[in-house]
Design a protein around this ligand. Structure first.
Ligand code: NAD
Ligand code: ZN
Ligand code: ZN
Length: 352
């Protein structure tokens, strides 16, 4: 280990689900043979972190838990088996912290489906601490020219929506509805969709998100809070009135998951990404069949998707808004997120 690594560090710890996070000092861990230790400089705050704090998913978290999975920083130590990443390199800790690399899914580069996947900030400690461990094979390589604060949200939100847009099969020039467009994933989805040559209908609530999504390249906005009929408004927002070719669901409520099948274009694809607790996807069989629609899930991305999403950012194509705050104030971010009041993403600075 390098000499300047402290034995203790600041972290935000979930000691009990459903309770506020606790800002305290905890020990710095040592990386195992196939792991690296990353000095996390910045970490984005994803709604998944709030699901972990609330314990509202049908998947248990580790406890006590350090949340966070959009961590960007510098490699400060590595295990003996690690050869392809150097001390001093910039790297990112993603949701997929490690996988077995040997099962059927890992062999087919569907690593998120690995039954042995370690999940950062959920089943293993994540990035709301100053020093975080991850499997070297899975840490994202971040080019030195990329700003570590601005790139943090790409490490989950960016990768996930980029993958979801690819899964939708939408082609350049086609229209995609982004549901929850004013949130963290949604704001990045607007940018990736635009960079991929797609036309965007943004769906979210309130004027702040309307203005933000317009700046990010959305051609139209449907306000789910004031619209009298979301289904007809979304259809009307497409150039020919037939509905969007794809729907990217990144909202945190169940209702839009029921509506999407109604406004998606015949032959279109609905991609579910958001994970509202206890929600169901429902669609009428008759219309789904005669419209020949596809409804599918999309879950983060593999290592190649991650590298591609980062390359879009490096090229200057992804400039999503974020707000900076000290890590000590993480609970404030969760409170705002719970109320749906965050336009874009919050990024915490682990030194404050
Ligand atoms: P966020 O809180 O930043 O954004 C959610 C947005 O949804 C908000 O802007 C909110 O106003 C909007 N919304 C709520 N109800 C709506 C409705 N009826 N219609 C339209 N918009 C509505 O959350 P986030 O960090 O972007 O995460 C979104 C969801 O995605 C979470 O459930 C998270 O756990 C999940 N997620 C999934 C994956 C995956 O791999 N599938 C990866 C990351 C996050
Ligand atoms: Zn996330
Ligand atoms: Zn595996």
């Amino acid at each position: 280990m390098a000499q300047n690594i402290p034995t203790e560090q600041w972290a935000q710890v979930v000691e009990q689900t459903g309770k506020p996070v606790v800002y305290k000092k905890i020990p710095v861990q040592k990386p195992g043979p196939d792991e690296v230790l990353i000095n996390i400089k910045f970490s984005g705050v994803c709604h998944t972190d709030l699901h972990a704090v609330n314990g509202d998913w049908p998947l248990a978290t580790k406890l006590p838990l350090v949340g966070g999975h959009e961590g960007a920083g510098v490699v400060v130590a590595r295990g003996d088996l690690v050869k392809d990443i150097e001390i001093g390199d910039h790297a990112g800790v993603k949701w997929i912290n490690g996988t077995c690399l040997a099962c059927d899914f890992c062999q087919r580069s569907d690593e998120p489906l690995c039954a042995k996947a370690l999940l950062s900030g959920y089943t293993v400690d994540g990035t709301f601490q100053q020093y975080c461990i991850a499997k070297a094979a899975h840490v994202a390589r971040i080019p030195k020219e990329c700003d570590l604060e601005a790139i943090a949200p790409v490490l989950c939100a960016g990768i996930t929506v980029y993958k979801g847009l690819k899964e939708s099969g939408a082609r350049p020039g086609e229209t995609v509805a982004i549901v929850g467009a004013g949130g963290g994933l949604g704001s990045l989805a607007c940018q990736y969709a635009k960079a991929m040559g797609l036309r965007v209908i943004a769906i979210d609530g309130g004027n702040e998100k309307k203005e933000m999504t317009a700046k990010l390249g959305a051609e139209s906005y449907v306000d789910f809070m004031s619209s009298k009929n979301v289904v007809s408004d979304v259809k009307a927002a497409t150039p020919d009135g037939l509905g969007p070719h794809a729907v990217i669901l990144v909202a945190v409520n169940e209702k839009p998951f029921q509506q999407a099948a109604e406004y998606v274009r015949p032959r279109g694809t609905v991609v579910a990404i958001g994970l509202p607790a206890g929600a169901y996807l429902r669609a009428p069989v008759f219309e789904s069949v005669i419209k020949m629609i596809t409804i599918k899930g999309s879950y983060v991305g593999n290592r190649a998707d991650s590298a591609e999403a980062i390359e879009f950012f490096r090229r200057g194509l992804i400039k999503a808004p974020y707000k900076s705050i000290g890590m000590s104030e993480l609970q404030k971010v969760y409170d705002l997120m719970h109320e749906g009041k965050i336009a874009g993403r919050y990024v915490v600075d682990t030194s404050k």
